[in-house]
Design a protein around this ligand. Structure first.
Ligand code: ZN
Length: 376
């Protein structure tokens, strides 16, 4: 069994950078996507394993001292190719050129895009939260080829035109004379490999469009414009790339009864003039069921009764806003003779005179609020 240094073709005192360079060079020619042979596959595993050990200073030290990476003396023990502890990002970048500027082939595999969907909910659902079922239409990994883009049993093959580098050299004349520039290979679109036998279902894209339903947990307290992020539920990337995120944007329907201001709810309640004068108890139908409210004797139009904690749940933190009931006193419009007579007697008893009035700000707080907030 040759040493890890031999496998990578570097000396025992090679620097980390030299080891990385050697590995990258070998991996490019041995990677199964480029070199489908059985031999290459085994060598690729051995090379990757050697790199895994030598690129980690601690593992390398153990290997240098004991001759194997387990710190024991039984030469072969546990020398698996599991790749555990190996930085996947590193290998990913090595092959898929995430770092760019290496001049290597581009990757077919890319992260998918984020998706945005908007959903309408009722005010009650914003108050308490709701599980909402959604239909989403996104790209998903092709179930037939599992994102490989290839028909079953086939692999991408090295591009003949660029030799797998994904780049072609071109001579360009400039004022400095002839210079060579590289451009993505037109034959393989810069991927370095060509899919000769594309998967039928996805036409070699590795993903298809699909409609699916999912349930999103809308938390209590959301408002119009709140976005809920569902990671990995967006568009699947090309060639089996990871999916982007799905953003669900909330729109809250206007409610027939309540107007929302922050986490408070406002509603208007009309009470007869006599009830306002004499006081009464009224049963109100709220999001939290029937609530008894006391209208005190002598209530004026525009007074507000606050029901603590019956508003919208705070999105962050605990508790809820308040429900504010704006009382509007109704003056009777049509009086019959007997009623009119009674009111005249009342006015006389109270010693009321019809005098010139004094102007004051009026119009009702609730009416103003509705003007300000209406039709959000
Ligand atoms: Zn497919």
């Amino acid at each position: 069994m040759s040493s890890h240094y031999d496998v990578l073709g570097v000396s025992r005192d090679a620097t980390g950078e030299e080891i990385k360079k050697a590995y990258r060079k070998l991996a490019r020619t041995l990677h199964p996507d480029v070199n489908p042979g059985e031999d290459a596959s085994d060598r690729f595993k051995a090379v990757t394993h050697a790199y895994e050990v030598l690129s980690d200073p601690q593992k390398r030290r153990v290997y240098d001292t004991t001759g194997n990476e387990n710190g024991t003396d039984n030469g072969f023990g546990g020398g698996s190719y599991s790749g555990q502890g190996f930085a996947f990002q590193d290998i990913f970048e090595t092959f898929f050129g995430a770092g760019g500027g290496q001049g290597g082939p581009a990757s077919r595999v890319r992260r998918g895009q984020d998706a945005l969907i908007s959903v309408r909910i009722d005010l009650r659902d914003a108050v308490f939260g709701v599980n909402k079922k959604l239909e989403v239409d996104t790209a998903v990994v092709c179930p037939t080829c599992d994102g490989s883009c290839c028909r079953e049993g086939t692999h991408p093959v090295r591009c003949d035109i660029c030799g797998g580098s994904g780049q072609v050299q071109r001579a360009v004349r400039s004022i400095l004379g002839q210079v060579m520039t590289s451009a993505p290979c037109g034959s393989c679109e810069g991927f370095g490999t060509v899919i000769k036998d594309p998967c039928n279902e996805c036409s070699g894209q590795g993903r298809i469009r699909s409609r699916r339903s999912l349930t999103v947990k809308v938390p209590a307290g959301v408002g119009t414009g709140t976005r809920i992020q569902l990671s990995g539920q967006g568009e699947a990337g090309p060639a089996g790339g990871p999916a982007g995120d799905l953003y669900v944007e909330i729109r809250v329907n206007n409610d027939a009864t309540y107007v929302r201001d922050g986490d408070d709810l406002h509603a208007s309640l009309n009470i007869p003039m006599t009830a306002a004068a004499l006081g009464t108890e009224i049963s109100l139908d709220t999001f939290d069921g029937q609530q008894e409210i006391d209208v005190r004797a002598g209530t004026q139009s525009g007074e507000i009764i606050t029901l603590r904690g019956l508003g919208v749940t705070h999105l962050r933190g605990h508790g809820r806003g308040d429900l504010k009931v704006h009382l509007q006193v109704e003056t009777p419009g049509k009086l019959d003779a007997a009623q009119e007579d009674l009111l005249r007697q009342l006015a006389q008893l109270r010693g009321e005179h019809f005098t010139a009035g004094k102007l004051a700000a009026s119009g009702g707080v609730f009416a103003k609020l509705r003007d300000r907030l209406g039709n959000l």
